[in-house]
Design a protein around this ligand. Structure first.
Ligand code: NDP
Length: 241
């Protein structure tokens, strides 16, 4: 039977590319989204991938959402991709508690909310893959993104600690730290700022979502069984961690 994968924020941007690449690799995929029904429906119609709406920042919603996803997949989830993320940028001296809390909740607490309900089943079955999407800005820090940088650095710590707990159970926990990828999130960056960002990328372009998605497929597979607790850096040479 095909292995199953659940991709959070899997209907748009990098997550959509991950969902499609995993499907192409033979997985039964369910993609989660937060509220953009129109995009989710168009994505599902186009790809045939089942979608399920819930907020990854809320633990009880995740428990319910995971149950729905497993029903749609027809089996327990083998591969969890914690991809959903948001930004609420602003200089720290002007940052509101809401900007801070929203980002920590969706970008970091979501890893607990999603992984905690799934980990026991993975332990029982002796197999699991958890792939977390961090960011270059969690590695190097970014002005105007203290909240986001803190959350994405937290993703790396989560990955390394949980990897140690689960290694003997056949469960690997890895993360990918993308650089600037050509998605709506980056399209929201002002043109001048974007040009200067690209100027600082040795490869001299933005990354493509598929370049991240193909790395996820590798990490999900049996061939990556010896790789755990790692941070895969895919950023065009912008930051060599
Ligand atoms: P997008 O903004 O294009 O897509 C975000 C996805 O996450 C959407 O499917 C959205 O659902 C979903 N989402 C947002 N909030 C929630 C929530 N509370 N619950 C469930 N789903 C939610 O993002 P990207 O593709 O650009 O980014 C994907 C990941 O990659 C993020 O973690 C981001 O931080 C990270 N990243 C992105 C980089 C980039 O250059 N783009 C660089 C480095 C890291 P809906 O459609 O319903 O809104």
């Amino acid at each position: 039977m095909a292995r199953t994968a659940l991709v959070t924020g899997g209907t748009r941007g990098i997550g959509a590319a991950i969902s499609v690449q995993l499907k192409n690799a033979g997985y039964t995929v369910v993609a989660n989204f937060a509220g953009n029904e129109e995009k989710a429906k168009a994505f599902s119609d186009e790809t045939g991938i089942a979608v399920v709406k819930f907020d990854v920042g809320d633990y009880d919603s995740c428990v319910d959402g995971i149950a729905k996803a497993e029903e749609l997949a027809g089996a327990p989830i083998d591969v969890l991709v914690n991809n959903a993320g948001i930004t609420r940028d602003g200089m720290f001296h002007k940052m509101t508690p809401e900007q801070w809390n929203d980002v920590i909740r969706v970008d970091l607490t979501s890893l607990f909310n999603m992984t905690r309900p799934l980990i026991e089943g993975m332990r029982e079955r002796g197999f699991g893959r958890v792939i977390n999407i961090s960011s270059i800005n969690g590695q190097k820090g970014q002005m105007g993104q203290v909240n986001y940088s803190a959350a994405k650095a937290g993703v790396i710590g989560f990955t390394k600690a949980l990897a140690q707990e689960t290694a003997r159970k056949g469960i690997t926990i890895n993360c990918i730290a993308p650089g600037y990828i050509n998605t709506e999130m980056v399209a929201a960056v002002p043109e001048k700022v974007l040009a200067s960002i690209i100027g600082g990328i040795p490869v001299n372009r933005l990354g493509e979502a598929d370049e991240i998605a193909k790395a996820v497929v590798y990490l999900a597979g049996d061939d990556a069984g010896f790789m755990t607790g790692s941070v895969m850096t895919i950023n065009g040479g912008q930051y060599m961690a």
